[in-house]
Design a binder for this molecule. Structure first.
Ligand SMILES: C[C@@]1(CC(=O)O)c2cc3[nH]c(cc4nc(cc5[nH]c(cc(n2)[C@H]1CCC(=O)O)[C@@](C)(CC(=O)O)[C@@H]5CCC(=O)O)C(CC(=O)O)=C4CCC(=O)O)c(CCC(=O)O)c3CC(=O)O
Ligand SMILES: NC(=O)C1=CN([C@@H]2O[C@H](COP(=O)(O)OP(=O)(O)OC[C@H]3O[C@@H](n4cnc5c(N)ncnc54)[C@H](O)[C@@H]3O)[C@@H](O)[C@H]2O)C=CC1
Length: 156
């Protein structure tokens, strides 16, 4: 069951495995919250990542589907985002993180993770997160735009 929790990411060690389009989208979101991001990837597909000053990138590193290598890699991280295009590898990494008590988001699954992103709507005063619990994340768009209207008209 998915409990909505607000987490303080300020200076928290976050590992992103994979350097593609979806990794970049997720990194963009958490950087706004002060996370300390390291990317480990076989290739940086999304070149914009190289421009981000506060993101450490370990390029040309292919992660093998090997339990002890993965355990060594994720040790000490607060949150791991698995964002390769290899669904089986992503799932194995997610399971290893979960059994080691590490928060993990798996971009290639609807539920095989212990932490998922919500849609975010915010202004200076409020922050509202929307989730369908993995059932249909695209539906968040319609909900977000209705919430945006409420935020725009609510008395400040
Ligand atoms: C489970 C979850 C895990 C997680 O990612 O945390 C997940 C999983 C997957 N999403 C996929 C696809 C897309 N997701 C989006 C958009 C959003 N997805 C988000 C969250 C979540 N997505 C989590 C569930 C949250 C919930 O249930 O409410 C949002 C809220 C936040 C965010 O992305 O950070 C953001 C909403 C809008 C916003 O806020 O902007 C778009 C674009 C769009 O339509 O807007 C596309 C199409 C892209 C394309 O097609 O290129 C696929 C591949 C499916 C496939 O290949 O078919 C998977 C994996 C799967 O389904 O197996
Ligand atoms: N959650 C979401 O919002 C969405 C998720 N997806 C899913 O996200 C996944 C990734 O998609 P994209 O970013 O578009 O793919 P991509 O091909 O742009 O990026 C994949 C990245 O993973 C790296 N990689 C692959 N194998 C690796 C390994 N063994 N070790 C280290 N790095 C490795 C590649 O070098 C590349 O940087 C796909 O499985 C797709 O189904 C797709 C759309 C939206």
């Amino acid at each position: 069951m998915w409990f909505p929790l607000f987490i303080n990411f300020e200076n928290k060690k976050v590992l992103v495995i994979g350097g593609g389009k979806i990794a970049a989208k997720k990194i963009g979101k958490i950087l706004e919250y002060g996370a300390n991001v390291t990317v480990v990837t076989e290739n940086v597909v999304e070149e914009g990542l190289l421009q981000l000053e506060n993101v450490k990138i370990e390029n040309n590193r292919k992660i093998e589907n090997d339990k002890s290598e993965i355990e060594k890699l994720v040790k000490g991280y607060f949150f791991v985002i698995v964002a390769t295009d290899n669904e089986e590898l992503n799932q194995n990494i997610a399971e290893i993180c979960d059994s080691n008590g590490i928060l993990v988001n798996n971009v290639s699954s609807k539920f095989k993770m212990n932490a998922m992103f919500g849609g975010i709507v915010k202004n200076d005063e409020f922050q509202i997160a929307v989730s369908t619990g993995g059932k249909n994340c695209r539906r968040s768009r319609a909900m977000k735009s209705e919430i945006q209207k409420i935020l725009d008209k609510i008395e400040k």
